[in-house]
Design a protein around this ligand. Structure first.
Ligand code: CMP
Length: 131
């Protein structure tokens, strides 16, 4: 999911290019805008964290671009491509190193397991859109 900071900065194309050049197949993709309530549902796992409310406000502040991606070893390889949550710690050349503004507005989200990738894919796309 490309986050509001990266979409509003006009970095959707550059980030998508990096994703494709890294060998991921884009199975589904769209531009959408979460309400604060929907953002809260997406990040429900973090609801006890001190940053949860700000995160939901930020994630509903502008359009996002969720995608379903396919690749061997996709979860691990995608996390390498995007870099650490905190852009100050993200390795050079990673998406967050190049495009993130802060630990909150960090340009992109990647699923942390195959099981969560399925849940998060289903959050944004119907089965018919996943071909
Ligand atoms: P993401 O990988 O999408 O997962 C949870 C998100 O919460 C994270 O990226 C950041 O956008 C945000 N986040 C994580 N840690 C912090 C933090 N310490 N302060 C603010 N936001 C955070």
């Amino acid at each position: 999911m490309i986050k509001p900071d990266a979409v509003s900065a006009g970095n959707t194309g550059a980030i998508t290019k990096m994703i494709e050049e890294a060998g991921f197949r884009i199975v589904a993709m769209k531009k959408t805008h979460l309400t604060k309530e929907r953002a809260g549902q997406f990040y429900a796992i973090h609801k006890e964290r001190p940053f949860y409310n700000d995160l939901c406000t930020y994630m509903s502040s502008g359009p996002i671009v969720p995608m379903i991606l396919e690749k061997e070893n996709a979860v691990e390889d995608f996390r390498k491509l995007i870099g650490s949550t905190d852009p100050q710690k993200a390795a050079p050349g990673t998406i967050r190193n190049l495009f993130a503004k802060s630990i909150e507005a960090n340009a992109i989200h990647g699923s942390d397991s195959d099981a969560n990738a399925e849940i998060e894919g289903n959050f944004f796309f119907s089965r018919l859109e996943q071909y």
